[in-house]
Design a protein around this ligand. Sequence first.
Ligand code: F6P
Length: 360
Amino acid sequence: VKRIGVLTGGGDAPGLNAVIRAVVKTAIREYGMNVVGFENGFGGLIKNQARELTEFDVIGILPRGGTILGTTNRDNPFHYPVIKGDKKIFADVSDRVFENISIHGIEALVVIGGDGSLAIGKELNDQGLKVVGVPKTIDNDLSATDQTFGFDTALATATEAIDKLHTTAESHHRVMVLELMGRYAGWIALAAGLAGGADVILIPEIPYNIDVVVEKINARSQERKKFSIVVVAEGAKPLGGEMVVSKHVEDSFDPVRLGGVGNVVAQAIESATDKETRVTVLGHLQRGGSPTAYDRILATRYGTGAVNLAAEGKFGRMVCLKGQNIESVPLEQAVGELHTVPVNGELIKVARQLGICLGD
Ligand code: F6P
């Protein structure tokens, strides 16, 4: 392989630039390859928005959040909006991808993305494009890797928020509700809740009973603990109830933007206890900023690993972390079931043993 492409797809995550940098450096230094960066996710592959990436282009990007490859988005060549007559329809435009790949003489494509982008990568690979995947998402919900890059940074941001909420909660004897990201998986909420010493952690995997939460807060008051910290994943849902989302946006992204379940939980607590309650929705602060040292290293190892796979001719695979090692798995494993928090797993047991209320 002498020429590879690279793109970033889906939502951003801290560490995207660290992966790009490692891909470029490894490809050029170790293998004498050329690298072409496609801008704006799969959209750039469809519209031929590409530029050669040299080592000069990646100077200084290791600590930077976001992506140097334009924007990152959810464009999908198999479901792409096109105008037909006076109507907008969604069509398969993957032929344009293959055209542009051949225009640039690209022999392999590194796709840095979460489950959506990796599923597109797998489909393209099945159709003959040689794809290598890199697992990205702050949610840490990809099943084929022990950890995605971006998670550690989101966790650090969320933990810092809990630490700060603690001091103000204590000063006012309030209940502080912190809503964190995690539509389907509660990894950020559970890990940050443990790291920050939350009293209640509500995650999508364990439907919550608000009465149990209220009981916990009242019991703390009786123990002379006049404040409480309640961490809620945006996808948490009440027992027997629906996740609190507005249906007008596809795939229900509204709770992140508008504050959803955190407000619902806070209102219920305030009306059932004598506690003043406040809500913080941490939102996209969890996706922004400079990656932690851990994420920089993991992202760098993934970038180098992805180029090594391409050089070895191992396509249709995703780099992954298994224990302490960087390995690889077939893309179909990477895009299978989401990796949610095991409800009888060790972390949940630890939380219970510490007396943290999980809402059940
Ligand atoms: O990256 C996943 C995620 O962070 C989810 O936890 C969240 O629901 C979603 O992205 C929000 O994405 P956006 O606001 O970019 O649509």
